[in-house]
Structures are given as structure tokens and as C-alpha cells.
Design a protein around this ligand. Structure first.
Ligand code: HMG
Ligand code: MG
Length: 298
């Protein structure tokens, strides 16, 4: 049966903006986070502590985190690929850090410049340090259905990565379709594979919408009992190491679908649409959310 409540993690400030070519001032990112929390988001992925040479747009991580007016009950998460990133993040006290690995060897190399095995070694020390500091740990698993370099990815490889994540103490994992190629049965197979190591409450869906499948994939995951999802306001984004991949499913579209199905999110859709309109206007382009465009055209 379907969950009665869904928890959405808005990754717009991080996944959404990381690949943006034009400079986006820290003040705009901060305002976006404030609008998301005002709309009722309880989890927001704010930024990354990665190399500014690799991802220049996230170089203002410290300024953004320090500029936040934190709301009670909101979990602010950040990406940390290694101890250097974790140590930088620690000064800004995120509630949760995210280590990010891939089910595909080639993607691991392109994205974080190391093999899957090496990434797990690095993450192990990050996870241990986070736990010692009382910070929660999530693991993103990229390319769980398809890879821009290797093509289709078998569920066994997802199970393998999930087992490695579990082995180093990662508390919950995101099953990511990085390039948005997956269709519902494939996404279900990736989640099924993850269930070998994590229970359903500790699995979230992270679906990019490149091929327009993300909402269908969200529904397929919901039908398995998944109730945690990442989404990006206004459908912002794409990964710099996944050429041609578009943003995550738009948060507005997921909220509209869930509310229409009688599933609670705690999110005010109108306020969320306003947040999406704000960032779209700042970036000078139309929102990627179909729901936002429809509501704003009324
Ligand atoms: P590397 O070059 O192998 O690292 O990069 P290194 O340890 O050899 O260090 C090289 C230089 O980077 C040194 O500086 C380090 O200090 C610096 P230099 O001496 O040359 O001046 N450095 C750092 N600087 C800041 N923060 C750090 C850091 N670490 C090293 N943490 C590294 C390895 C992982 C850093 C690099 O490959 C990197 O930054 N990659 C970016 C990955 C990224 O952000 N990708 C996008 C996010 S993942 C994603 O979008 C997918 C997801 O949404 C799920 C999905 O959809 O699939 C999560
Ligand atoms: Mg992503």
C-alpha cells in the first residue's frame, strides 16, 4: 500500500545550482533556502564541500551556510566527498553530510576521480568523523540504472554498492538515476537491490528527469513503500559529470501529484511555486516545473 506521508528533500540549492554556468550570488542561494523552508521543506541539501576547480559554483559553501537563518526542525545537508571536505563542512555545522558514490566504475572516476573501492575507503573516515561529531550520514548512489559512460547498470552492482555503504556505517541511501534514463521497472529493480542492505525507511529516490520518466519512477518507488525523495525546486539542475543530464524531478510536480493522491507532505504548494518563481527569475529562465507553469498561467 502507498505511504500516507512523504518526506521531500529539496536538492535545488545543491544539485540544482551546481552546474549553473552564470554566477549565482550567495545571497540568492540563501534566499532560496529561506523560501524553501518557509514553504514547509524539512530537509534541504544546501551545498557541497568539493574542489572549487571541479565545481566552481559551490565555492561559496561557507558563506551560504553561515548566511542561513536556520528554522527549527529543518535538516540542512551538504555533500562531502573526502575528509578535507568534511573538515571544511564541520565549521558550518550541517545536520547531515552526504558521501556520494556510484554503481558504475567509470562514473566514479569521472565524478570523484577514484575507483568505487577507493571511494569507500575515503568515505569510511568521513562517516566515522561525522558520527563522532554527532552529524547524520546519508549516502548517494549514482548511476543505479544507467551510466553516461557504461550504459545499463545491473541491479547486482547497486546491491554491491549498497552493501559497501552499509558496511562503513552510512545510515540511509539515495537510489539515484543520475541521467534520468530509467523507467519504472528498472528503478524498482534498483530499489529491490538496495533492500538487500537497507530497509525501506532508509532508502530515498533521487530521479533526474532527462527522459521525462521521473514522476513515473517516483510513483513506482512509492508503490514499493519508499517515502523519502529528493527533488529540485523548479526542476533546476544536472550533474557536471553527466553530460546532457537535466535536473531532478521538480519538487512542485511531486508535491502536486502526492497531494492529488491524498499523500501528505507538509509543504505549501503555493509557497513552493513562489520559491521556484524566485530562482527562475534570478536565473533568467522559465521554471522547469510543469505544475508551476500551469499554476502561474492561471
Ligand atoms: P582530486 O583532484 O582527486 O583530489 O579530486 P586531491 O585529493 O588529489 O586534491 C586535488 C586538489 O583538490 C587539491 O588542491 C586539494 O586540496 C583539493 P590543490 O593542491 O590542487 O590546490 N581538494 C579539495 N578542495 C576543496 N574541497 C575538497 C577537496 N578535496 C580536494 N573536498 C574530489 C577529488 C572529490 C575533490 C574532486 O573530484 C571533486 O571535487 N569532484 C566534484 C564532484 C562533484 O561535486 N560532483 C557533483 C556532485 S555528485 C552528483 O551531482 C550526483 C548526485 O546528485 C546523485 C545523482 O544524481 O547521481 C549526488
Ligand atoms: Mg543528482
Amino acid at each position: 500500500s502507498l505511504p500516507s506521508h512523504v518526506r521531500l528533500i529539496d536538492v535545488g540549492p545543491r544539485d540544482g545550482l551546481q552546474n549553473e554556468k552564470q554566477p549565482v550570488p550567495a545571497a540568492v542561494k540563501i534566499e532560496l533556502v529561506h523560501r524553501l523552508q518557509a514553504a514547509g521543506l524539512k530537509e534541504i541539501e544546501v551545498t557541497s564541500y568539493v574542489s572549487p576547480k571541479w565545481v566552481p559554483q559551490m565555492a561559496d559553501n561557507h558563506e551560504v551556510m553561515q548566511g542561513l537563518r536556520r528554522a527549527p526542525g529543518v535538516r540542512y545537508s551538504v555533500l562531502t566527498p573526502n575528509l578535507k571536505g568534511f573538515e571544511a563542512a564541520l565549521r558550518d555545522r550541517p545536520d547531515e553530510i552526504v558521501v556520494f558514490g556510484a554503481a558504475s566504475e567509470a562514473f566514479s572516476q569521472k565524478n570523484i576521480n577514484c575507483s568505487i573501492a577507493e571511494s569507500i575507503e575515503r568515505f569510511a573516515s568521513v562517516v566515522a568523523a561525522a558520527k563522532a561529531a554527532g552529524i547524520a550520514v546519508r549516502g548517494a548512489m549514482s548511476c543505479t540504472v544507467g551510466c553516461p559512460y557504461e550504459g545499463a547498470i545491473a541491479p547486482e552492482r547497486v546491491a554491491y554498492l549498497a552493501g559497501l555503504m552499509k558496511g562503513i556505517g552510512v545510515e540511509r541511501v539515495d537510489v539515484a538515476d543520475t541521467i534520468g534514463v530509467g523507467t519504472p521497472r528498472q528503478v524498482q529493480a534498483a530499489i529491490e537491490a538496495t533492500l538487500a542492505h537497507y530497509d525501506i525507511d532508509h532508502i530515498s529516490g533521487h530521479f533526474h528527469d532527462t527522459y521525462g520518466q521521473a514522476l513515473a519512477n517516483t510513483l513506482a518507488a512509492l508503490q514499493m513503500g519508499v517515502w523519502n525523495f529528493q527533488a529540485s525546486v523548479a526542476g533546476l539542475g544536472g550533474c557536471p559529470y553527466a553530460k546532457g543530464a537535466t535536473g531532478n524531478v521538480a519538487t512542485e510536480d511531486v508535491v502536486y501529484m502526492l497531494h492529488g493522491m491524498g499523500i501528505e507532505t507538509g509543504i505549501d504548494l503555493d509557497a513552493l511555486v513562489d520559491a521556484g518563481a524566485y530562482i527562475s527569475e534570478q536565473l533568467g529562465r522559465p521554471s522547469g516545473s510543469r505544475v508551476a507553469r500551469a499554476l502561474l498561467a492561471k
